[in-house]
Design a protein around this ligand. Structure first.
Ligand code: NI
Length: 208
């Protein structure tokens, strides 16, 4: 069994510095959790790094540097066994996301300058984040979305997604606006999950 520790939250960030009206939740990261983050040894930027709260800038035209960034994101996501990653999590404040659903043969998708142009319905489910490992909470998301963006060659992409895929995309697009999943978590559902004897528990929720 994993140990569950209620997450301590406190004051919200002041509003005017930020682009959206979503209140920013600040977290107290327990000492033992922080130590475990350091032991993970993955290159992903961890909370409360400033870059995770910034609004990322659009990519004007994908270049060799964009492709190199995406390659670094892919390997970081694989090492951390995540399903999605946003460029700010590599310390790069640009609007690039990648994800790969945990299904046999699922393609790795790259969306540059993603913009969610429609949202329908609702779903509530557990989320986690590779920048805040071991924190979990339930988040309400749209059930179905349409996202537009461009691919690595600068060609327009439009994708309709629902359920889990829609959740992943919404979580990653939030990263580009400096929004973290705990800002949207349902009241009282945020917990630190310390892996115990069984490491499997840590994989119960989505890791992005
Ligand atoms: Ni995340």
């Amino acid at each position: 069994m994993a140990r569950r520790t209620p997450a301590q939250t406190h004051d919200e960030y002041p509003d005017e510095e930020y682009m959206t009206t979503i209140p920013r939740v600040e977290l107290e990261v327990p000492e033992d959790i922080r130590r475990r983050w350091e032991e993970r040894g993955d290159p992903i930027v961890k909370y409360p790094a400033e870059v995770l709260r910034q609004t990322a800038k659009p990519v004007e035209k994908p270049t060799a540097a964009t492709r190199e960034l995406v390659e670094r994101m892919k390997s970081a996501m694989i090492v951390a066994r995540g399903v999605g990653l946003a460029a700010p999590q590599m310390g790069v404040s640009e609007r690039v996301i990648i994800y790969q659903l945990p299904e046999e043969g699922a393609p790795l998708r790259v969306i540059i300058n993603p913009r969610i142009i429609s949202m329908k319905g609702e779903q509530v489910g557990p989320e986690g984040c590779l920048s805040i490992p071991m924190l979990q909470g339930d988040v309400r998301r749209a059930h179905e979305i349409v996202v537009r963006g461009i691919d690595m060659l600068g060609r327009p992409i439009k994708r309709r997604a629902c359920e889990f895929e829609a959740r992943v995309i919404q979580h990653e697009v939030d990263h580009l606006d400096g929004i973290l999943f705990m800002d949207r978590a349902e009241a009282g559902t945020l917990y630190w999950h310390l892996p115990g004897d069984s490491e499997e528990e840590e994989d119960a929720a989505l890791h992005e």
